[in-house]
Unconditional design. Structure first.
Length: 560
């Protein structure tokens, strides 16, 4: 066993003495030692229930011959920090969580690992840690929150953010907004649309890092604890059969994950996170892979924020197996191994699909012929950017730039009614290095939707968007302003064209003749470290030192 270096032989008597002080017996110590990594916290409903969910995981590990050892790491709530300086900590937390899991698991030479994840960054961080350590393990998502009910309509936190803009525009009263905020989040679980958490939970299942169906079960559903106990058994089988994460993470499984995210009209953050997971696994995977997947993948799920249904509805309608079967039948995903020891296609073979709710459709009658997001290049994004295709009707958009150096000034302009139909809002110095931390712009985008400008204004940023964002939004612009990218040279009044057919984003100005905007001064502490180490968004915004093998393979792209 991997843990023998820590626990076996006369020289390790001191270590065994300390393990016995925690309540372990000789019998317990002799078994495989399995890390149960928890991201439990009281700060967010996404992770609130994970302390309880760890107990059936541990019971499953014990029942199948292992000894669980639980420890915790951090989580930063995207939804709570959204629109504040604290949002800079969100992406940084992905790296800190990854590092902390690696240090605790490798530091104690543990034999396997189950990682309990909930809020947005805990999911990709869990996969990144597994890829980096290459220790048998899996990720269990805590599950989606149930939808709230506001005057007879199902609502999510997305509706609250959009109502802020509606309130500022005088369309909704402050009293109605307060009533809505009290109903939108009825208990534990992650945000209930196909936002970042649910998108990444789907992606990790398609990668083979989460057992099929386990992530689909909502947070407070009666079956969740049974799935958690099953995961304890699955990890023990993975340890015994030496099934390692890097055997599961391949170009093919990454394409499967990207395709599923695209078919579900999921979060654009999947681009950033799948690139980061590929980097940690040592798998060459360029940003333009997402174009290749999106160009052939229709939208097969009618999920919020662009559709009608929630993640709970998707679970009732058959969940990940239902979507994956449709993708398989259309020859859009391909066979790959999974952590259970069975193949992806074996895992999706069984399961019932009720007629209602009609969340999923087939490839011959899709909700949209073209996948949920696209990769653009051009004057403003030589190294690429990501645009969401669902939630608006544009194939192209041309307008005058309204330039803001930071999210706060852009949000204030929207709330003050200073943004008009036809404007192209530019929010820069919010990239991985420049923010630092690459904040999400949900406050700005939701305010635009709330004021009725969601389909008549474009927004471009070197920051990110929440999975709850809808409208014509272009993010992840690379190089970012702080790295000398062209977005740092654009000025208010410049004519900008976004062409989704040609996959171009260009500006009618001689940007090379201008001096770039001065970047923000990096702060001290964790944000400063992140700013000093982080790669660009088109490489996943990771802080790991890449291996020579990966550095020798440039992030090639196919110019449109």
């Amino acid at each position: 066993m991997r843990s023998d270096v820590m626990k076996s032989g006369a020289a390790r008597a001191g270590a065994r003495a300390m393990l016995k002080a925690t309540g372990l017996s000789d019998h317990d110590i002799a078994r495989p030692l399995i890390a149960v990594v928890n991201t439990w916290t009281e700060v967010t409903p996404c992770n609130l229930h994970l302390r309880d969910l760890a107990e059936p995981v541990k019971a499953g590990i014990r029942r199948h011959g292992g000894t669980p050892i639980e420890f915790n790491t951090i989580a930063v709530s995207d939804g709570i920090t959204m629109g504040t300086p604290g949002m800079r900590a969100s992406l940084v937390s992905r790296e800190v969580i990854t590092d902390s899991i690696e240090l605790a698991v490798d530091g104690h030479s543990l034999d396997g690992v189950v990682i309990l994840a909930g809020c947005d960054k805990t999911l990709p961080a869990a996969a990144m840690a597994l890829a980096r350590m290459d220790v048998p393990g899996l990720v269990l998502y805590g599950g989606s929150i149930a939808p709230g009910s506001f005057r007879g309509a199902a609502v999510t936190v997305q509706d609250v953010f959009e109502a802020v803009g509606a309130c500022a525009a005088g369309v909704m009263s402050e009293a109605d907004l307060r009533e809505l905020e009290g109903e939108a989040c009825p208990g534990a679980g992650a945000c209930g649309g196909q936002f970042t958490a649910n998108t990444m939970a789907l992606a990790l299942t398609m990668l083979g890092l989460s057992p099929m169906r386990a992530n689909d079960v909502p947070a407070l559903h009666a079956d969740k604890h049974a799935e958690a106990e099953r995961c304890g058994g699955v990890v023990m089988e993975a340890v015994r059969n030496d099934i390692r994460p890097r055997e599961l993470i391949s170009q093919q499984s990454l394409r499967n994950a990207a395709t599923a995210a695209i078919a579900s009209a999921g979060s654009t953050n999947a681009v950033l996170h799948l690139l980061a997971i590929a980097s940690e696994a040592g798998v060459p995977f360029a940003i333009d892979e997402f174009h290749e997947c999106a160009s052939r993948t229709p939208v097969l799920a009618d999920l919020k924020p662009s559709g009608r249904y929630t993640a709970v509805d998707a679970f009732v309608a058959g969940g990940t197996p239902a979507l994956a079967r449709r993708l398989r039948d259309a020859d859009l995903v391909h066979e790959a191994p999974t952590v259970t020891g069975r193949s992806l296609f074996e895992e999706i073979e069984h399961g019932t699909e009720p007629e209602r709710p009609p969340v999923f459709t087939t490839s011959d009658a899709p909700f949209a012929r073209r996948g949920g997001f696209e990769i653009l290049f051009g004057d403003l994004a030589p190294d690429g950017c990501v645009v969401k295709l669902c939630g608006h009707s544009h194939e192209s958009f041309t307008g005058d730039a309204r330039v803001f150096d930071g999210e706060e000034s852009a949000f204030a302009a929207v709330q003050a009614g200073e943004i008009e139909a036809g404007d192209v809002v530019i929010v820069r110095n919010e990239g991985p290095r420049g923010g630092p931390g690459m904040r999400e712009m949900l406050g700005v985008t939701a305010a635009l939707v709330g004021r009725g400008l969601g389909d008549s204004v474009a927004l471009i940023t070197d920051g990110r968007f929440s999975g709850a964002t809808r409208g014509l939004m272009v993010g992840h612009v690379a190089p970012e302003a702080a790295a000398g990218g062209p977005i740092g040279r654009i000025e208010t009044g410049d004519r900008v064209t976004i062409d989704l057919i040609a996959r171009r984003i260009d500006v009618a100005a001689d940007l090379d003749a201008r001096s770039p905007v001065a970047p923000n001064t990096p702060p001290r502490g964790a944000l400063g470290k992140f700013a000093a180490l982080v790669s660009c968004a088109s490489r996943g915004a990771v802080t790991s030192i890449l291996t020579e093998d990966i550095e020798s393979k440039p992030n090639e792209r196919h110019e449109p």
